[in-house]
Design a protein. Structure first.
Length: 437
C-alpha cells in the first residue's frame, strides 16, 4: 500500500470517466495528481467505505465531518473544482447503498473491475457509523411544533460562545448588506438591520414582531434606533437566554420582550410590522401557506412584512426537487428552499400586497466568506467550544454556500409586503424605495 494515492486516483478517474482535478494525498503518505492545485487529503481509508456505502454527497460529507477527508490549500478552489466531478456525478450515479449495489450498477466490465478494486482498497468492515453531529431523527410528520423545536435546537443550540467566534460582535446570522467588498462585517450587518427598519418604516411607539429573532440583534436595533416596542420569538432556548441578557444590558427590558415561542402560537396581535429574517427557510413547503396567513393575521391593516429568505433556482419539473442531504442531516434539518416566485405568490395568496423584491445574492456570498474567515481565525477555540466535527460542518457548509451564491445556484431576497386595507391605501410613498435615503 505504498502508492495508495496513485491507485486511488486512477480508480476514481476510471469510475467517474474524468480526470480528478485536484492532487490527492492518501493515508500512506503518498501523493498523486496535478501540482499547483489544492490537495484532497484522505486521512483514513474508512472514508472510502463511507463513499461506497453512501455514494454521492452524504458519504463525502460524513468523511469530512469525521476528519477522514480534508483539504490543504484553498478550500473554495477545491470545492469549485470538485463540484463538477465528485458531487454532481456522485448524485447522478448512485442511489443504491453498499458495495454490492455499486458493483452491480457498473455494467461495463472495466468499470466493474475498478469498482471492485475500490472496495478492496477501502478495507474490510461494515459501513461506519455516522459522525455524532448528524441530526437525530424523530418519527411522525414534518413541521409539528415539537419536531420544529428539535430541528432548531440541533442547529442553534451548539453554544453561544461558538457563534460569537463565527458571527462576530453583531451576532447576526443572516445576510449582511455591504457597501463594498472591502467593508467590515459589523458595518454590513448594521446596515442590513437598518435597511430592514427603514423598509418597515418603523416609528416610535409601534409594535414590531421579529419572527426567528436569533440572539436579539434586530429587536435591539429597532428599539434603540427607532423607538419601537418589540417582541422577538425563537425556538432556541440558548438564543433566548443570550438575547434576554443583551436586552437587559442595553436597558431595554421595558420595550423588548424575548419569547421561546412558535409563530403559530402567537395570539397577542396585531403588530404594526413583522420582520422575518432567515427564518422562513425552516417553515417547509407544506406549511408555507399557513406561515404567510399567520403573519397576515398578526398584522394590523396597513402593517408591513419584511420577509428575508434564501431561494433556490426553479426547476423545469418542481416535483423532482430533492433536499440537499448534507444540509438536511448536518445543518438545517427539515429545511426547504423555494424559488422566489413561489414565495411571492404564496404571500399574495395569503392576502398581502407585495410591493418590493430586492435580491442580495452577492451580499450573502461576502457574508459567508467573512464568517469562514472568522471561524478559521479562531479554529482551535471554536472547535473546543463545540466539537471538531461540528466546526468542520460549519466550515464546509459556509464555504460551499458562498460558492453557491457566487455561481447563482441559490439566492436571497428581501420581500416587502403590506396588509393593504380595503381602502387600497398601502401607506407607502409614490416613490416606493424611500428607504434608499
Amino acid at each position: 500500500m505504498a502508492d495508495a494515492a496513485r491507485r486511488l486516483t486512477t480508480l476514481v478517474e476510471d469510475v467517474l470517466g474524468t480526470p480528478l482535478p485536484v492532487r490527492l494525498r492518501a493515508w500512506d503518505g503518498s501523493e498523486y495528481g496535478p501540482p499547483g492545485t489544492p490537495t484532497l487529503v484522505v486521512r483514513h481509508r474508512r472514508a472510502l467505505r463511507r463513499l461506497l456505502w453512501k455514494p454521492g454527497e452524504l458519504g463525502l460529507a460524513r468523511a469530512w465531518v469525521a476528519g477522514e477527508l480534508d483539504v490543504e490549500g484553498d478550500l473554495y478552489e477545491a470545492l469549485d473544482l470538485l463540484a463538477g466531478t465528485l458531487w454532481e456525478r456522485g448524485e447522478d450515479a448512485g442511489r443504491a447503498h453498499g458495495p454490492s449495489a455499486l458493483l452491480s450498477a457498473a455494467r461495463d466490465p472495466r468499470l466493474r473491475s475498478a469498482a471492485a478494486e475500490l472496495v478492496k482498497l477501502s478495507g474490510p468492515g461494515l459501513p461506519p457509523r455516522p459522525p455524532v453531529e448528524e441530526a437525530r431523527r424523530t418519527g411522525g410528520p414534518l413541521h409539528t411544533l415539537r419536531r420544529d423545536k428539535q430541528a432548531i435546537s440541533h442547529h442553534y443550540d451548539v453554544g453561544n460562545a461558538f457563534y460569537e467566534r463565527v458571527l462576530g460582535p453583531s451576532m447576526v446570522y443572516s445576510c449582511a448588506y455591504w457597501e463594498g467588498p472591502d467593508g467590515t462585517l459589523e458595518d454590513a450587518q448594521r446596515a442590513k438591520l437598518d435597511l430592514v427598519c427603514r423598509k418597515l418604516a418603523l416609528e416610535p411607539g409601534q409594535r414590531l414582531l421579529d419572527v426567528g429573532c436569533g440572539w436579539g440583534s434586530m429587536v435591539l436595533h429597532a428599539a434603540r434606533e427607532y423607538g419601537v416596542d418589540a417582541v422577538g420569538i425563537t425556538l432556541s432556548e440558548e438564543q433566548a437566554a443570550y438575547a434576554r441578557k443583551r436586552v437587559a444590558e442595553a436597558g431595554l427590558t421595558d420595550r423588548v420582550e424575548i419569547r421561546v415561542q412558535d409563530y403559530r402560537e402567537i395570539t397577542d396581535g396585531p403588530f404594526d410590522a413583522v420582520s422575518s429574517i432567515g427564518m422562513a427557510e425552516h417553515v417547509g413547503s407544506a406549511l408555507y401557506a399557513e406561515y404567510a396567513a399567520d403573519l397576515h393575521r398578526l398584522l394590523r391593516p396597513g402593517g408591513r412584512l419584511l420577509n428575508h429568505q434564501i431561494a433556490r433556482r426553479p426547476l423545469r419539473d418542481e416535483e423532482a426537487y430533492e433536499i440537499d442531504e448534507f444540509i438536511d442531516r448536518y445543518v438545517f434539518p427539515d429545511g426547504e428552499l423555494a424559488p422566489v416566485g413561489r414565495t411571492v405568490a404564496q404571500l399574495e395568496e395569503a392576502g398581502f400586497e407585495v410591493r418590493d423584491v430586492e435580491s442580495l445574492r452577492e451580499h450573502y456570498a461576502l457574508t459567508l466568506r467573512a464568517w469562514v474567515t472568522n471561524l478559521e481565525a479562531a479554529w482551535r477555540e471554536a472547535a473546543s467550544l463545540t466539537s471538531p466535527g461540528r466546526a468542520r460542518v460549519w466550515r464546509l457548509y459556509m464555504a460551499a454556500c458562498a460558492l453557491s451564491f457566487e455561481r447563482n445556484r441559490i439566492g436571497v431576497n428581501q420581500v416587502l409586503a403590506v396588509r393593504t386595507p380595503e381602502s387600497g391605501t398601502s401607506g407607502l410613498s409614490l416613490r416606493t424605495r424611500e428607504w434608499r435615503g
